[in-house]
Design a protein around this ligand. Sequence first.
Ligand code: ADE
Length: 259
Amino acid sequence: MLAIVAAMHEELSALLATMPDEERVRVAGRDFWVGHLHGQPVVCVLSRIGKVAAATTAAILLERFDIEALVFTGVAGGLGDHVQVGDVVVATRLLQHDLDASPIFPKYEVPLTGHARFAADTALSDGLAQVARECLADPVALVGAAASRRFGIHEPRVHRGLLISGDRFVSTELESRMLRDALPDALAVEMEGAAVAQVCHDFKVPFAAVRTISDRADDSAHADFMSFVAGVASRYSLAIVGGWLALGRHGLEHRSSKI
Ligand code: ADE
């Protein structure tokens, strides 16, 4: 089955509401909702916020359930120059920006793995990016006229590239600039994705992350994040992840169940 994970309720609530037959399995204080979405067997779970919470959730998922692929969805702060509120980032690689065991290991490298940037699965990511492009073609249909006006979502775009994660909500222009200077190819920042990518790498399970930009990780990030998450984040997850699930077999059928 497929695992669908988000950090917060607001990021997954609309999709969860469309599960007709969910059964709750409670482990370590998390509710794992097992059932079907668009006829696909799935387990949906809220990881909670931050790298440890997300890694714990991912490890439970991969150990307790028969997961063939894991998709993380939710919001992120835009870092790249052209990455605006209402855009979508589909990760190609993920890195923990607050991991630094130098000089013993290179900065950002997860010690003893030889990796700093963990790759997302290409077939999963291609499918999600394609559906995201279709959803963003009509932002008014996606979020409604009022929200599209309020958040300035007029010609939203899909970006693909580096997503960075750390245990910090980035909410000052200064910190955003420091991250952009240190990692110029980073498109967006959030607090879970790279940790889950690392767990999926360990378990050899394909992983993808699709994030809607809620704020610009700057001095107004806090207010922008709160209203975006409350107002529109779950509509994006519903449209993109739901639309992708409705397509069927996700490009996983041409290979053995685990990479
Ligand atoms: N998720 C959404 N916006 C974020 C930000 N500015 N920093 C970290 N995680 C985020």
